[in-house]
Design a protein around this ligand. Structure first.
Ligand SMILES: Cc1cc2nc3c(=O)[nH]c(=O)nc-3n(C[C@H](O)[C@H](O)[C@H](O)COP(=O)(O)OP(=O)(O)OC[C@H]3O[C@@H](n4cnc5c(N)ncnc54)[C@H](O)[C@@H]3O)c2cc1C
Length: 503
């Protein structure tokens, strides 16, 4: 075995959780040599950009808001520990989002008080329910936000609050909780809209978890990285390399190598075998277990738990550029949520997805569409706007088939028409478009069902412990599938794993 093939740890996948982990390990243990391997040609997984030079565009595949970037935010603290503040330009948007409703729009300032006040002004008859919701964000959202610190003893929770949350909040979905607190279906749809940040509709997400998402994003502040998510990924990758590690791209890991004693020994790739006593799997667990491990019988108990790990929703995205600044065409907010129906109608549409047509209606027309104005966040990336809807793989035909191409064209048309209906000034000014579907996401990341946000965090969390007591010693999981969706969760989980490095 030559020295170049022996490492202190190998990460399978260069998604943001791997990169955040590697950078934090080498900060704590400067001699650690980490090999990160990815099948893709650039590091970052979803935290990448793809460039279309003729369109003058660098499209961000995922990031539009880093949560936890305010005073006291976890991500801000981790960035400071890593000394990233000086290396990254951060943009704090003035707005949270603009809600476009059939009868007009509401603009929300960026902060929990501004959001709460604007909702109270618009829905004064829902004051009691809104107070209850925001009080729960402040108490239970805060506790959930500090989950990793709770585990390592650096955050002391109020146990009475935890007991209350366990009994009354943990086992209800966001849809159930909002229905109990709020009558107005439009207000419920607005409150649940940011479920799109974590890949779930109101009927999918656990209420307790959602409170933490609102706390992380709004109370703890948010920001965007200038240079897009790729800048962040590149900075982290450079840290790993500078410490003697390597980020090996364009190389798929084919197998995990184990020994007869039940310990991991390394990985096999087309470029040769690489050895380490710790292997961190950034790739989706269903995919990894099915394709990377030979000893399937040993994995039986893991599979039984994994059966309960539901993937988050996938996404259909329209990437577009305009021939003038979007703000000059009427799209001034950094983020806009376009609503078609109140909560009951949109949920009923999703529940009735019996045909392709019904799915298209439910996901593309009747559910919320999120519009990110990247030009307002970082004009250097180009005059870019992205349209996102949560979607499901099940109604998408195989890639490259005629039916797939037709469906992509329909998706483009439906989402663009929704944009024009909300912001008529954009019509006639969209000069470049490209569509990503759940199949695109699956192809680029190997994520189950094209899930963009790891596992769904619903009310049944039994599948989330699939990796506990993993039968092959030295194998770890390190991704949104165990950390939870979002960059902040990735960095928080990576920090916890980096602290365990010496153990
Ligand atoms: C449309 C969208 C918008 C989002 N917006 C935000 C946002 O604004 N803010 C936020 O905080 N979060 C956002 N998220 C969530 C966030 O992007 C993800 O939670 C996060 O990027 C997931 O990172 P990960 O580490 O789990 O790895 P992934 O990004 O899933 O990457 C996994 C990597 O593993 C590699 N891989 C798989 N199999 C192999 C193999 N056999 N060999 C080698 N490599 C392999 C893949 O190529 C990939 O690079 C968004 C997600 C989506 C989809």
């Amino acid at each position: 075995m030559d020295a170049g093939s022996r490492w202190d740890a190998i990460c399978v996948g260069a998604g943001i959780t791997s990169l955040a982990f590697g950078a934090q390990v080498v900060k704590r243990h400067p001699g650690a040599r980490i090999l990160v391997i990815d099948k893709h040609g650039v590091p970052g997984g979803y935290a990448t950009v793809f460039r279309r030079p003729k369109a003058g565009a660098a499209f961000d595949c995922s990031l539009h808001k880093l949560s936890g970037m305010g005073e006291g935010g976890n991500l801000r603290r981790i960035f400071a520990n890593l000394g990233l503040d000086g290396e990254l330009g951060l943009k704090v948007p003035a707005d949270y989002f603009e809600a476009c409703l059939p009868g007009g729009s509401i603009r929300f300032g960026n902060g929990v008080d501004a959001f709460r006040q604007a909702l109270q002004d618009r829905f004064p008859h829902e004051r009691a329910g809104l107070d209850r919701f925001f009080d729960e964000v402040a108490v239970h959202g805060r506790n959930g936000y500090h989950q990793f610190q709770m585990m390592d003893g650096t955050f002391e929770p109020d146990f009475a609050q935890l007991r209350y949350a366990h009994k009354h909040l943990k086992h209800v979905t966001l849809a159930q909780a909002l229905a109990e607190r709020i009558n107005d279906p439009w207000l419920r749809e607005i409150l649940a809209a940011t479920g799109i940040y974590v890949g779930g509709f109101a009927e999918d997400l656990g209420y307790l978890y959602f409170l933490h998402v609102v706390y992380a994003t709004l109370t703890q502040g948010n920001a965007y990285v200038e240079g897009a998510s790729q800048r962040l990924s590149d900075v982290l990758a450079r840290r790993i390399v500078a410490a003697g590690g390597q980020v090996l791209l364009g190389t798929a890991v084919r197998k995990i190598i184990g020994d007869d004693a039940g310990k991991v020994r390394g990985v096999t790739t087309a470029k040769g075998d690489f050895y380490a006593d710790r292997v961190y799997l950034n790739a989706a667990p269903h995919y990894a277990l099915r394709t990377l491990f030979d000893d399937q019988p040993a994995l039986g108990p893991v599979w039984r738990k994994l059966d309960n790990l539901k993937p988050s929703r996938s996404t259909t995205t329209v990437y577009l550029t305009t021939d003038a600044a979007p703000a000059d065409l009427g799209l001034s907010s950094t983020e806009t949520m376009v609503f078609a129906c109140g909560a009951d109608a949109s949920r009923a549409a999703r529940a009735g997805c019996a045909s392709d047509e019904a799915c298209e209606r439910a996901y593309w027309r009747d559910s919320v569409m999120e519009v990110t104005n990247y030009h307002a966040l970082d004009p250097d990336g180009g005059r870019i706007v992205c349209l996102n809807v949560l979607d499901a793989m099940a109604h998408w035909p195989e890639r490259r088939s005629p039916a797939y191409k037709l469906k992509k064209a329909r998706a483009l048309n439906v989402l663009l028409e929704r944009l024009y209906a909300a912001k008529p000034g954009l019509r006639g000014h969209v000069v470049y478009t490209e569509v990503s579907t759940p199949r695109t996401y699956e192809r680029f990341t190997n994520n189950t069902d094209g899930a963009g946000y790891g596992a769904m965090v619903g009310t049944d969390l039994s599948g989330h412990v699939f990796h506990h007591a993993f039968p092959i010693a030295g194998v770890h999981f390190l991704s949104a599938w165990v950390a939870g969706p979002s960059y902040e969760a990735a960095f928080g989980y990576a920090e916890m794993k980096a602290k365990q490095w010496a153990a």
